[in-house]
Write a protein that binds this ligand. Sequence first.
Ligand code: NAP
Ligand code: ZN
Length: 368
Amino acid sequence: MNLNYFYSTRIITGKNCVLNNYSHFRALGRRCLIVTGQSSAKKSGALKDVQSVLNSFNISYDIYDKVSQNPSIATCINGGKIAHAIEADFIIGIGGGSPLDASKAIAVFAANPDLTEEELYSVHWTNKPLPIVTIGTTAGTGSEVTSVSVITNSKGLKKSFKDDSIFPSLGLGDPTYTMSLSDEFTSSTALDALAHCIESYFNRTANDISMTFSIKGVKTLLKGLIALKEEGASNLSFEDRELLYNGSIYGGLAINATGTAFPHSLGYFLTELYGVSHGTACATFLPFFIEHNARQVPELSDSFFQEVGIKKEELIALISSLTPRFSLKLTDSEKKTLSPRWINNKNLIKSWGEIDSDFVYNLLTEMF
Ligand code: NAP
Ligand code: ZN
C-alpha cells in the first residue's frame, strides 16, 4: 500500500446543507467578513442562507464583494485590511474558485497585516490565518475542500500557495447553488473538475488515496458530463448538477494530495494572456495529456480506463465536444517568450515523461 494524505476540513454537502448545519458557525466567533464575487453569492441563493444563519446567532458581518475572476493579490491585501480593521474572527468565502481562493489569502492577510506578497506565496507568515468557511457555487475547482489558493500576482501571473493552515474549517457544498450557473461556466467548471481528477491520477506524486478519489471523481463526473452534452446546461436536473458538484469535490480531494500536471500549467497562460476561462484553458490540453499518458505509462492508462469504464477515444471525444473552440495563432517569438515559464515548473515536473521547454514548444506549435 502507498498512502500519504493529510486532511483537516469538515466537509458537508447536500441540499440545504448550510441551513441544516448552522450550529457549526457558532463556534467560529462573533464577527466575520463574507468574501464574494460581484453577483454569484446572491444569484445562487447562498448569501441569503448564510445571512440567515449568521443572524440567528447574532454573528455580525461585513460583505467584501470585490473579488473578480482569477483574483488579484491587491484585492486580497485589501480584503485582509478590511477583515483586520473590523476585527473579524473568521472569513466566509462564497462563490466559485475565485472568491474561495481569495478568502484563503484574505484570512492570511487579516492575521498578518504586514505580510508581503512574496511572504504569502512562500508561506512565511507568523500568525495562524483566521478560520475559513468555504461555500461553493460552481462545480469545478474543489477549492471548498483544499488547502490551495491560486492568486494572480502583481506581475499578472497566476500563482498558487498551499499550506495546511488554510484548510477551511468548514467546507459546505449545496449543489442547488450551481443551478444559476451560466451554460458557459457550467461546461468550463465541469471540465476543470475532470481535469483535476485526471491530472491527479496521472501524476508522479499520486498515491492510493488520491487515485481512489480520482477514479470516483471521473466516474461521477462522466454521468453529469454525458447529461451536459446530451441535454445542454440549461436543461440539467438537480440530480445531474449534483453529480457534477460531487465529482468536483472528489477532484479537490485528489489534487489536495498531488497538485495538478501540465494541462493546468499550460492553461494558465491562456487565461492570463488571452482571457480563456480557467476550465476551458486546462481542458484544451486534456486530450493531448490523455494520449501522452497512454504512450508514457501504458499500464497505468489501461487500468485507468478499465476502472472508469469508458474507452480512451470516447473520453477524448466527450471532452472535445464540451470544450469551446477559440482561435489562437502563436508566432515563433510568442512561443519563445513563454519558455521561461516552463523551466522548473512544478506541475510539468510532476507529469510523466520528460516535459521540458522543447516539449512545450512542440506541443504549442502542434496546437496553435
Ligand atoms: P469563478 O472565477 O469563481 O467564477 C466564474 C464566473 O461564474 C464568475 O463570473 C462568477 O460570478 C460566476 N458564478 C459563479 N458561481 C455562480 C452561480 N452559482 N451562478 C451564477 N454565476 C456564478 O470560477 P471557477 O472556475 O469556480 O474558479 C476559477 C478560479 O479558481 C481560478 O482562479 C482558478 O485558478 C482557481 N482554482 C483554484 C483551485 C484550488 O484548488 N484552490 C483549483 C482549480 C482552480 P461572480 O464574479 O459574481 O462570482
Ligand atoms: Zn483547475
